[in-house]
Write a protein that binds this ligand. Structure first.
Ligand code: SAM
Length: 296
């Protein structure tokens, strides 16, 4: 099977080399047209068949970058295109054709079509590669100033109020920076619900129109941002990021309960070490409580 490393690294101009057979996902700009990578242009220039979520957007992008269509077909495909269209694409790959797939903007599969295609290609054992590039979630995380060691991309929250509340509640205790996509029309309602469900004091960041002329990054607590955005008419594309939940402080009752369980099988010393590490509280304090309880 050919690997993605078979794709040439750095031809100065796109379109000079053949692209190996298989499916090639291509990330495209999320605003600034020049954010396309050289390798993405190579794949678009050299693939036998072009496949796109939106054929007009892909044609326009290729035109901007001077990549000729050269008589190639541009096939429309998204995750609901149906089994027939999926089998058609798999058939082309099995015949040895190279297919470039681009979604409307950014990275395919990230709140965009491509997953069904990737799953089918993987299941069929056919070759697949990705020319990575822009993604609004990653661009927003980079600019947010929030911890990037661990993050959870949650996509678009449901539009209906009840479903949205339940959806947010699932993430309330997650120890990671949370990343959401949202439409400008629903931003104020989302922030208000986040302040209620996740806690108004949590730090959050709104990234609007990334890489575009009116790019804007707003930081504050969920409560303050909810108030700000309730009073504004918002336009453009938006990513919302929320800092992780503050660590829970163990109550004295929970320390005692954990110690009682631990003391049933451990020495006072070991029980104190175990509980202080598990509940992340001072060992000195836990040891004192353990001693008291063991002497009862
Ligand atoms: N596949 C894309 C990616 O890699 O980011 C996401 C596609 S999804 C259909 C579109 C959503 O992504 C928008 O509603 C917005 O939440 C976010 N988005 C896309 N471009 C953006 C930009 N330039 N600035 C802020 N958010 C953006």
């Amino acid at each position: 099977m050919r690997q993605s490393s078979d794709i040439p690294d750095s031809p100065a101009k796109p379109g000079l080399r053949a692209i190996p057979p298989g499916l090639h996902f291509v990330s495209t700009p999320i605003g600034a047209a020049r954010d396309i990578t050289l390798r993405a242009l190579d794949v678009l220039a050299g693939a036998d068949v072009l496949v796109a979520e939106d054929t007009r957007t892909l044609r326009h992008l290729m035109e901007i970058h001077g990549v000729p269509l050269a008589g190639r077909q541009v096939i429309a495909y998204h995750d609901h295109s149906g089994e027939g269209q999926l089998q058609r694409l798999l058939g082309l790959i099995a015949e040895g054709k190279s297919l470039a797939y681009a979604s409307e903007a950014g990275t395919p599969l990230i709140s965009d079509p491509g997953f069904e295609l990737a799953r089918a290609v993987a299941a069929a054992g056919l070759p697949m590669s990705a020319a990575p590039g822009p993604c609004a979630a990653i661009c927003a995380l980079t600019l947010s100033g929030l911890p990037s060691d661990r993050f959870l991309f949650a996509g678009f929250p449901p539009a209906a109020q009840g479903a949205r509340r339940d959806f947010l509640a699932e993430f309330a205790a997650v120890q990671a920076t949370l990343i959401f996509y949202e439409s400008p029309k629903r931003l104020a309602a989302l922030l208000a619900e986040m302040a209620r469900t996740l806690g108004g004091g949590r730090q959050a960041v709104i990234c609007r129109e990334l890489t575009k002329r009116f790019e804007e990054v707003s930081r504050g607590t969920l409560e303050a941002l909810a108030a700000d955005f309730a009073a504004r008419e918002v336009k453009g594309e938006i990513v919302v990021l929320v800092d992780r939940a503050p660590p829970e402080v163990a109550s004295e009752a929970s320390i005692e309960a954990a110690l009682d369980t631990a003391l049933a099988t451990m020495s006072v010393k070991d029980a104190a070490t175990f509980v202080s590490q598990t509940l992340k509280v001072s060992r000195k304090l836990v040891y004192k409580i353990a001693l008291d309880r063991s002497q009862r």
